[in-house]
Design a protein around this ligand. Structure first.
Ligand code: PBG
Length: 332
C-alpha cells in the first residue's frame, strides 16, 4: 500500500525495466508467411501489403536464406496457381510436381534447418475461391477432408516439417494425422488453424493470391461463414482447440491476432500444446497505411503489437513483420 509500495520504483530506468520485464521477443518467435508464384526472377509487389511480394521460387529461396540468417526458423507457404489449374476438385493441390511441392523441396534443399509449414486448404486451387469442394451450395465436409489428406501427404512427401490446415473442416486434424501416419510420416507435425474466424482482416491476403470467394454459375456461399468461426464467439474457440488437440494437433492457432487476444489467452489456458497466433494481412496493412500517412510510428507499433501477442500467450507468431522485426531485434 502507498507510500510503502511505489510502482514507479520498478520503472526508474531501462536497466531496471529490463530486469523485471515479463515477456521478451526474439526472431525465433516468428514465422514468416511467404507467397510463391510461377516463373523465374518474378517479384510482384502486393499493393495492399507494402513491403510484401509474391516471388518465384528462385527469389523465394534467396529470401529464405536471409530469413534464416536473421534467426527466423519457420516459414508458412502459400502459392498462387494459374487459373487453368483451378477446378472444383482441387486436384492440383496434390500434384507431386505442383508449385507447392516444388517449393517445399527447394527450400528444404537450400536451407534444411528452416521449418517449412505449407498451408493445407483448397482455396488457391478452387475455381470458386473456397477452402473446399462445393456441392449443394456449400463446402462439403467429407469430400474436402479426403482431398486435404491427399494434399497433406503430398506435402510430407516433398519434405514438409509440418502441415498447417487452415480450412476449418470438421475432423480434418484426425483425418490428416491418420493419413500421414498411414503413409509413414509419423514425425510430420500438424499446426492446426483451430480458431480461425471469418474475418474481414484477410482482405489483402486474398488480393495477394487472388483467392477470394467468387460469383459463379452454380450456387456457392458468398463468404466463408459456414466454416470459419463467428467473431462474436469465445466458447467455440476453446472447443475447437480442445478437439484439435484430441485429434492429434501438435500446435493450435488463433487467427487473426490483435483483436482476438482474449481468445489467445483462453485457448492458452485450455490446451497443453503451443499456441500460435496469426497476425494477419489486414493487421499488417493497417499499420503500413497509417505509417505511410505519418500517423503512427511503424517500428514502435510493430514491436508493441508483437510483444502484446506474445504476452497474451503466443508461443509463435506468424507475421508479415517477421523480417523487419528480426532486423530490429538483432540491432539491439
Ligand atoms: C486460406 C487462408 C487465408 C489466410 C491464410 N490461409 C485466407 C482465408 O481464409 O480466406 C489469411 C491470412 C492473412 O490474411 O494474412 N485458407
Amino acid at each position: 500500500m502507498f507510500p510503502l509500495q511505489r510502482g514507479r520504483r520498478l520503472r526508474t530506468n531501462e536497466s531496471i525495466r529490463s530486469l523485471v520485464r515479463e515477456t521478451t521477443l526474439s526472431p525465433s518467435d516468428f514465422m514468416f508467411p511467404m507467397f510463391v508464384a510461377e516463373g523465374e526472377n518474378v517479384e510482384v509487389a502486393i499493393p495492399s501489403m507494402p513491403g510484401i511480394f509474391r516471388r518465384s521460387l528462385d527469389l523465394t529461396i534467396k529470401e529464405v536464406k536471409e530469413l534464416y540468417d536473421l534467426g527466423i526458423r519457420a516459414v508458412n507457404i502459400y502459392v498462387k496457381v494459374s487459373e487453368n489449374l483451378k477446378d472444383n476438385t482441387g486436384k492440383e493441390a496434390w500434384n507431386s510436381d505442383g508449385l507447392m511441392q516444388n517449393t517445399i523441396r527447394a527450400i528444404k534443399k537450400a536451407c534444411p534447418e528452416m521449418i517449412v509449414m505449407p498451408d493445407v486448404a483448397l482455396d488457391p486451387y478452387s475455381v470458386y475461391g473456397h477452402d473446399g469442394i462445393i456441392a449443394n451450395g456449400d463446402v462439403e465436409n467429407e469430400s474436402t477432408n479426403d482431398a486435404l489428406v491427399k494434399m497433406a501427404v503430398s506435402h510430407a512427401q516433398a519434405g514438409a516439417d509440418f502441415v498447417a490446415p487452415s480450412d476449418m473442416m470438421d475432423g480434418r486434424v484426425l483425418r490428416l494425422r491418420q493419413g500421414l501416419d498411414a503413409a509413414g510420416f509419423y514425425n510430420v507435425g500438424i499446426m492446426s488453424y483451430s480458431a480461425k474466424y471469418a474475418s474481414a482482416f484477410y482482405g489483402p491476403f486474398r488480393d495477394a493470391l487472388d483467392s477470394a470467394p467468387r460469383e459463379s454459375d452454380v450456387v456457392v456461399p458468398k463468404d466463408k461463414k459456414t466454416y470459419q468461426m463467428d467473431y462474436a464467439n469465445r466458447i467455440e474457440a476453446i472447443k475447437e482447440a480442445i478437439w484439435d488437440v484430441e485429434e492429434g494437433a501438435d500446435m493450435v492457432m488463433v487467427k487473426p491476432g490483435i483483436a482476438y487476444l482474449d481468445i489467445v489467452r483462453e485457448v492458452k489456458n485450455a490446451v497443453n500444446v503451443p499456441v500460435t497466433v496469426y497476425h494477419v494481412s489486414g493487421e499488417y496493412a493497417m499499420i503500413k497505411a497509417a505509417a505511410e500517412k505519418g500517423w503512427l510510428d511503424n517500428d514502435a507499433i510493430m514491436m508493441e503489437q508483437l510483444m502484446c501477442i506474445k504476452r497474451a500467450g503466443a508461443s509463435l507468431i506468424s507475421t508479415y513483420f517477421a523480417k523487419e522485426a528480426a532486423i530490429l531485434l538483432n540491432q539491439k
